[in-house]
Design a protein around this ligand. Sequence first.
Ligand code: KIV
Length: 280
Amino acid sequence: MKHTVSTLRQQQLNGDKICMLTVYDYSTAKLMDQTGVEVLLVGDSLGNTILGYPDTLSVTMEDMIHHSAAVARGAQDALVLTDMPFMSYQTSVYDAVVNAGRLVKEGRAEAVKLEGGRDFCPHIEAIVRAQIPVCAHLGLTPQSVNALGGYKVQGKDEATGLRLVEDALAVEAAGAFMLVLECVPSDLAAFVTKQLSIPTIGIGAGPGTDGQVLVYQDMLALYGGKSPKFAKVFADAGAALQSGVHAYIDETKSGAFPGAAHGFAIDPEILQAIRDKINL
Ligand code: KIV
């Protein structure tokens, strides 16, 4: 079944949790799509996980388009949601619409995600008017890492908690179809979820949201480093990958690989004819 903004809304109304995972390439997208995960997020976290930057700030529109188009080629049923990278929408409402349009036209995104609250409502309204669904993102917004002074849980005191609730109401009123809440206290995220009619998706925001999202390298232990506290490791694909590579190295060095089953035969008479010609 093809997942769309309407089916996600219906899922929320049915109390069926929405599952979202990041993905950045064709073959992984194809595998994930077959699992039934409803949303594939081409996150700008690809700056960290794929490109090796220390943060998401250097990610470009070209990076996002390149990876989004690859994911879209592998996604049959899941909704492809693509992040608007740093400075692709903050600069003006005009830039926001043009760049959201590029993610749809060139990156084959079916919806876009942008970080920020009330300050970006005019941007959300204009993108939605251009018929592009927008998912908002509040709480820990990694593109604001320098302004926030690091990657910290957001909304823990009265002023910032209230601001977060007001921002959530504002982005919904601006037309966002969904809201990601990142690193927000669980009870606050549950409260925000109750205040809104659009689905909320949590990451480090507890069980009270309408769905969850994780960076797949974190949940499959593929990152090589330490996973964040909120990211449960569901399978050790990193260990499986390394054990496969070790076996390949061992068998290649010992000569066990490649065996006859992995090679191609030639008619011995043809080989003899080649030998004769070379040795003339
Ligand atoms: O870029 C990303 O992966 C994200 C998720 C953490 C929600 O925005």
